[in-house]
Ligand binder design. Structure first.
Ligand code: NOJ
Length: 533
């Protein structure tokens, strides 16, 4: 790996998020201060120095609110508290204060599409019965067919089951995810009022922003989904696209935007630069633009980079389509390769050292692109997705397979055996760590020049020096079919997805994702070069 040379250029005066690198923390798997095997807020606070050393600008915390943990906290039963599993409200305040002290912004998760079935609103809705105002906060409907035995629509949930569940009195309620996650009725004024109040509650405590879960899903058009002859209904935008299902009454309904205009004004009324970032798995970046109007979200996760396979053509398409889609708006792009819902990118690109080399190369290329990037905890260690034995698989989306648990295995910090410093003592974490992770711990990788951790530290430092403060332009250079080469300002970036070395353009090497680079770039490697303006 080649380290960054000097040549610092100060970022332009822009909102902090525009070119920020955000680090996603999945609290139950980051660090465990109390030794119960599950990560917690005090554990995060105790490890903030790792993030400051890494050089990220912000952290995004997946949910830590009271929850039965059926969907690991995305089933929220009280949006204004902290689940005892993760600590206390003072722990949250302490984390916020200490993160700010070391210069990190803090984004928290907001889950407005649904609550937990153990939320007091849902419990009351069940006992109040059909036609009651309590039921109207959710999407309860009578069924169809004789005795209402058929669900109100033909929808499938994202987790693969029917999206409606019948309750004892015969009515059905909608859940686009797990049946323990009933969807709220966003046409009900009390729902809107409740979430305004939740936003204020956390803004008052000092959070810098919210990642809005399922932002494209709050408002629905409750009618059957039309599917091509012989097809089956589906609610996963990627599957719908593959199967030619164009009808989409579940997502992206025009009325959802009113919610965000309201929130935008609320968030903007607070001092400092607070922000909203949408999680919206739309069919492509062109659909994201609607959420990025100047009076809605500041940012939206763009999953095109994550969805691209190891292919120069697919990576190029991701860049081009993203920039084209956003050009008519004032929003800047975002990029991400891994998160708590996806197979880790190291594993998506294959096995062994080659996959790791590719993962590092894709990361380095991403970090040169205009806009902001989001890292997922553990990718800076080069962690693979873990194939867990069936008895340890817990994800409700597992569908009998590995589900998302494989990217949620607790981080290895130090030592040569599980729990690798995840918590104090020898107590084992909630998901087992592979014994082979000895060389992947933070301690083992620190100071080792060829380690993935040192590579990430250098790449983020190089980004601050060379990749920030420019404009959004990406100028593609002539390159062989399996290679991407582009320029941003004085930086030339080359990514070799092919099987043979490729010649490099002129310029001084700033950093490479692999072995020091000569006149040619080896396969599975990316490089940044500094040339003339
Ligand atoms: C998206 C979250 O990222 C995922 O983890 C969760 O299961 C669903 N939304 C439901 O909240």
């Amino acid at each position: 790996m080649t380290r960054a040379a000097s040549g610092y250029r100060a970022p332009v005066d822009a909102p902090w998020w525009r070119e920020a690198v955000t680090y996603q923390i999945y609290p139950r798997s980051f660090a465990d201060a109390d030794g119960d095997g599950t990560g917690d807020l005090a554990g995060i606070t105790s490890r903030l120095d790792h993030l400051a050393d890494l050089g990220v600008d912000a952290i995004w915390l997946s949910p830590f609110y009271p929850s039965p943990q059926i969907d690991y906290g995305y089933d929220v039963s009280d949006a204004r508290g902290v689940d005892p599993l993760f600590g206390t409200l003072p722990d949250a305040d302490d984390l916020l204060a200490k993160a700010h002290e070391v210069g990190l912004k803090v984004i928290i998760d907001l889950v407005p599409n649904h609550t937990s079935s153990s939320h007091p609103w849902f419990t009351k809705a069940l006992s109040a019965g059909p036609g009651s105002p309590e039921r109207d906060r959710y999407l309860f409907r009578d069924g169809r067919g004789p005795d209402g035995e058929e669900p109100p629509t033909n929808w499938r949930s994202v987790f693969g089951q029917p999206a409606w569940t019948r309750v004892e009195d015969g009515q059905w309620y909608l859940h686009m995810f797990d049946e323990e996650e009933p969807d709220l009725n966003w046409r009900h004024p009390e729902v809107a009022e409740e979430f305004r109040s939740v936003l204020k509650w956390w803004l008052d405590r000092g959070v810098d922003g919210f990642r809005v879960d399922v932002a494209h899903g709050l408002v629905k058009d409750l009618r059957d989904q039309h599917v091509p002859d012989g097809g089956t209904p589906n609610s996963d935008p990627a599957v719908m696209y593959d199967e030619g299902i164009e009808d989409d009454p579940m997502w992206d309904q025009p009325d959802v935007h009113g919610v965000y205009r309201d929130w935008h004004d609320l968030v903007a009324s607070y001092p400092g630069e607070r922000m909203l970032i949408a999680e919206a798995w739309t069919q492509g970046p062109e659909y994201l633009r609607g959420y990025l109007r100047s009076d809605e979200f500041e940012q939206a996760f763009n999953f095109r980079w994550l969805q691209a396979h190891w292919s120069a053509r697919e990576f190029t398409d991701a860049i081009v389509s993203t920039l084209e889609a956003l050009r008519p708006s004032s929003a800047w792009p975002t990029w991400v390769l891994s998160n708590h819902d996806a197979v880790r990118h190291r594993t998506r690109y294959g096995d062994g050292p080659q996959a790791l080399a590719r993962a590092r190369a894709a990361t380095l290329t991403m970090l040169a692109l205009p806009g902001s990037a989001c890292l997922y905890q553990g990718e800076e260690l080069g962690l693979p997705h873990v194939e867990l034995p069936p008895e340890h698989q817990q994800d409700p989306w597992a569908e009998g397979g590995n589900g998302r648990d494989g990217c949620r295995v607790p981080l290895p910090w130090s030592g040569d055996a599980p729990p690798f410093g995840f918590g104090p003592g020898d107590g084992q974490p909630w998901l087992p760590q592979p014994v082979q992770w000895t060389d992947l711990t933070v301690a083992a990788q620190t100071g080792r020049p060829d380690s993935t951790l040192e590579f990430y530290r250098s790449a983020l430092e190089a980004r601050r020096r060379y990749a920030l403060g420019g404009d959004e332009e990406v100028r593609f250079l002539d390159a062989p079919e399996d290679v991407i080469a582009f320029r941003r300002g004085r930086l030339s970036v080359v990514l070799n997805c092919g099987a043979v070395p490729t010649p490099l353009p002129r310029g001084d090497v700033v950093i490479s994702s692999g072995e020091p680079v000569g006149p040619e770039l080896p396969p599975d490697t990316a490089v940044w070069l500094l040339g003339d303006d």
